[in-house]
Design a protein around this ligand. Structure first.
Ligand code: FAD
Length: 290
């Protein structure tokens, strides 16, 4: 199929407003911060929903047209630069902060939300988001996930992988994978989302992200400390880490009736609740909470 016919089909399926071609594709979509030589794509798709991403990918797949996902184009490795004879998909119009649950410290966003928008929404809810980097005003959460970004909070909170509870991803053939479970403890089979974190868009287009938020620190202090040797610096870091870890961190309750009440007590006052398991072959005695 010719380039003209393919682009016509794409515009027919998604609308000329979503699929830009020729001079309508601004030069900034031709390359990223890496300085890689620019490439003009056959078309730039700017979807507004997961369904539109799916339609675009399905058509590209059917006609074997390569696709490059684009976030905020701040990547330094050239991964978002279009390929010759390919289509670029920019997530910039899918930028909604869809939901924040301050109690469970979870936020759901569309992949095109900027890192800064996520950080600000977290602070408004009395929480913080663990990743921060210089490109925060332009880079997008989808791009941060696709590059497994580190940034300047990495020692405290870990890389992007540590902040992701769930993803919605569209595969190359248009199939939507909904992996948006907000549970930290979730071992129901393969943890497929891990494949897409750090994959630079090679395995699918990320359309939604479920993020883990952190408690707002009660105080912050910055010190510049000069140490006589690397070994002493390492030893000091160990001491500081130990001194900022609570002695008795709250523990989760166990499903074993005999230990449930005891384990729950550091977290909450004695609850007037029935134990989650009354009896079982392993714990034959009827449990009592009083
Ligand atoms: C000033 C500055 C400071 C920086 N500091 C850091 C830093 O401290 N730590 C760090 O790790 N990086 C840093 N970077 C690099 C860059 O900001 C990060 O890699 C960022 O995560 C890229 O996000 P982006 O939205 O701009 O992605 P893009 O550059 O648009 O894309 C990057 C890659 O992700 C893919 N991609 C983008 N969106 C999606 C999506 N929705 N689904 C699937 N794939 C997608 C692209 O195809 C490409 O392969 C910095 C860059 C700048 C300019």
């Amino acid at each position: 199929m010719s380039q003209e016919q393919f682009v016509k089909d794409l515009q027919q399926a998604l609308g000329a407003e979503v699929v830009l071609v020729g001079d309508a594709v601004e030069a900034r979509y031709h390359t990223d911060w890496s300085g890689t030589p620019p490439v003009a794509p056959w078309a730039l798709v700017r979807p507004r929903s997961t369904e539109e991403v799916s339609t675009a990918l399905r058509l590209c797949h059917a006609h074997r047209v390569p696709v490059v996902p684009q976030g905020g184009l701040t990547g330094l490795a050239g991964g978002a630069v279009p390929v010759e004879g390919g289509v670029a998909i920019s997530l910039e119009r899918m930028h909604a902060i869809e939901d924040i649950n301050a109690r469970s410290a979870v936020m759901q966003v569309q992949a095109g939300a900027t890192l800064q928008a996520v950080q600000e929404a977290a602070v408004e809810a009395g929480l913080v988001f663990g990743v921060d980097l210089g490109a925060r005003g332009s880079c997008q959460i989808g791009g941060n996930v696709a590059t497994n970004a580190g940034g300047n909070g990495v020692l405290q909170h870990g890389m992007m992988r540590e902040q992701v509870l769930g993803l919605e991803v569209v595969l190359a053939d248009g199939t939507v994978l909904p992996m948006l479970r907000p549970m930290i403890k979730n071992n129901t089979g393969y943890d497929l989302k891990q494949f897409f974190i750090g994959a630079e868009g090679t395995l699918g287009v990320i359309t939604r992200v479920l993020l883990r938020l952190r408690p707002m620190p009660q105080a912050k202090a910055t010190a510049l400390v000069a140490m006589p040797s690397f070994d002493q610096a390492l030893a000091k870091t160990k001491t500081w880490r130990r001194s900022t870890t609570p002695k008795n961190p709250p523990r989760c309750s166990s499903p074993c009736p005999s230990s449930w009440h005891k384990a729950a007590s550091p977290c909450m006052p004695a609850p007037k609740l029935a134990p989650p398991v009354k009896s079982s072959p392993r714990w034959p005695k009827k449990a009592s909470l009083t």
